[in-house]
Design a protein around this ligand. Sequence first.
Ligand code: MN
Length: 248
Amino acid sequence: MENRRDFFKKLGVLGVSAIATKLVGETQLQALNEIATATETDAHFKLAPLPYAYDALEPFIDKETMEIHYSKHHQGYVNNLNKAIENSSVIDFKISDIQNCQNIDASAPLAIRNNLGGHVNHTLFWSLLKPNKEAKPNMPVGRLADAMKKDFNSFDELKKQFTEKATKQFGSGWCWLIEQNGKLIITSTPNQDNPAMKVSEQQGKIILGIDVWEHAYYLKYQNKRGDYITNWWNVVNWDKAEELYSSK
Ligand code: MN
């Protein structure tokens, strides 16, 4: 109980440390905050509309998976986050105090860490996907494309390493492309953690992320996680990734 009280007390300060700000970037920090606050009503988090139809990512990600993933899984994280807040024995904290993933350290109540992560990660994930009906080659753009060449020699090499990391993530979790001290890095997190959290092994500015929980692919790809990842590359929203990369 003391830990939890300390956690919220720390959050009350909400002054993000200079180091964390440098790692993640001020704009991304605002963006992560907005994911939480823009959908907040009456001290509750709310699921924002999906930015496209359930079948928009066919044939790469199927309609049924999208519908269940968004309306059941993501909604579930939002509901459970609200429950975790209601059930908290701490009465003197504001919802704005928990909106920021960067405040998630080892003392954070697990129900809040998992469900806030689930909400933020899925909101990012939807925004980092876009339809590709003509199955056109889907390539990174702008400054991000240049940075990939610099840090990985080529997009193909980055794709290879990212696919391998995502495929090998043990159990449920996420694979990420982040910027850390000016360099692109591929990393992964278990469960619903993300690289903006203090608990993450590698911290940095999130540029791209893939959900490798079985619920993200099992209906269409069964146990073939590699096939899901191969298809996912076709619907990555590179404009959004470039926007995240170029944000200060
Ligand atoms: Mn998911």
